[in-house]
Design a protein around this ligand. Sequence first.
Ligand SMILES: Nc1ncnc2c1ncn2[C@@H]1O[C@H](COP(=O)(O)OP(=O)(O)OP(=O)(O)O)[C@@H](O)[C@H]1O
Ligand SMILES: [Mg+2]
Length: 480
Amino acid sequence: MQTTETNLILIVDDTPTNLEVLSEALTDAGFEVAVATSGESAIEQVEYDPPDLILLDIMMPGIDGFETCYRLKQNPRTKDIPVIFMTALSDTVDKVKGLSLGAVDYITKPFQQAEVLARVQIHVNLRNLNLALEEKNIRLEQEITERAIAETALQQLTQDLEQRVLSRTQELSNALYNLEKAQVQLVQSEKLATLGQLVAGIAHEINNPVNFIHANLYYVSRYTQNLLELLNLYQNQLPNATPEILAKAKEIDLQYLIEDLPKILSSMEVGTERICEIVKSLRNFSRHNEAEVKVVDIHEGIESTLMILRRHLEAKPNQPKIQVVKEYGKLPKVECYPGKMNQVFMNVLSNAIDALTEAMENYPSYIPSPRIWITTEVQESDRILIRIADNGLGIPENIQKRIFDPFFTTKPAGKGTGLGMSISHQIVTELHYGSLQCISHPGKGAEFVVEIPIQQPHVCHTGLVKQKFLGSSIPVMLNL
Ligand SMILES: Nc1ncnc2c1ncn2[C@@H]1O[C@H](COP(=O)(O)OP(=O)(O)OP(=O)(O)O)[C@@H](O)[C@H]1O
Ligand SMILES: [Mg+2]
């Protein structure tokens, strides 16, 4: 705050005596004093050396005190300098007019020195206080601005930080996702390599001897027939058999043998035919060497899968048979990775069987006739749809969202790996450019809809064979 020693008072008066009297009194009181004898010179002087207070006479030649005051108050640089009017004792009108023009006070002539000093002192003090307050205000405003800037910077920093945390989290979850995917493929490949080779190996090993037996059974039947005819001839031509022959015929129950042998042979033929079919299915299912796109009959793949799962569909003690209702449409041959597609059918059908079996075990009366529906159709002439639905307990909504996540399972430890659906999804969407959807209303079963193009886009456009997801061509066989 300024002290009184440094406070400058400008006295504006055209009467030298007044100037003199006031100058002296103010100088004696410790003020610095400047004088002006007209309004114009006062305004000029205030511009280059602003005082802390102005004592302004009203009646002056040129512009009078009111006009001078008015102009000073119009100028932003001088408007805050306090003005005290000097007026005659009786001029009430002047006093009011001066105050309304912005003067802070008035002093009356003839001057009472003590009063002048007291009023000047008060207003100088007020002025000093005002200035100090203004300064503080400015500093406060500066501080507020600085704080606002700091706050904005802090907010920016926080935002940057949040952004970095977000993108880092995203990177990490991407990495985790990729890791899980890689792990799934690894687990899958290992499982597939072992199971697939085993199945393909067994199929191969069985194939030759079974074919051999099956082919020879024809001759065995013919030869047997011939022998039986010969025997018949003997019996007719030589009716009196020796006692030894009669004893042997009795011992082996010849009559029954003659009747039963052809039946046995024909059931053996049926049996070997069945084995041949199973072997064919196994080979078809594993499509051991087919890591490339092939044009195949999708129904054949579904049939092979059903054949392999046949045992699980059969009736068990206290459990009815699971019926498979097929509504096959007229499908063209489809370009796909057959082994992989079979793997999808296997996974979806296994889940349906698991769901029905679980429902039958836990709520025997709930599902009196367990069923799986398999429907196929052509969709908009360039895609096929395969729907596999069951009438099990269905999938609750919160679980539906997670069934395609790797390792998600609701089955007890050791029963499910939680990979079936995630792998199937990958096979259908990534490998075949298709879609795999799950539709389920809890309590009303579940339906899985596979949609794939009839022709794989990469093959028909570029003629190239896609090189991804080819870790192994053998599907997983979970419940074999
Ligand atoms: N038809 C269905 N009915 C009811 N729930 C189903 C059906 N299909 C899938 N699910 C649910 O989805 C989950 C995930 O299925 P997924 O095939 O991925 O794994 P999993 O069958 O548990 O194990 P695995 O890897 O051995 O197949 C299952 O645990 C089950 O809860
Ligand atoms: Mg499964």
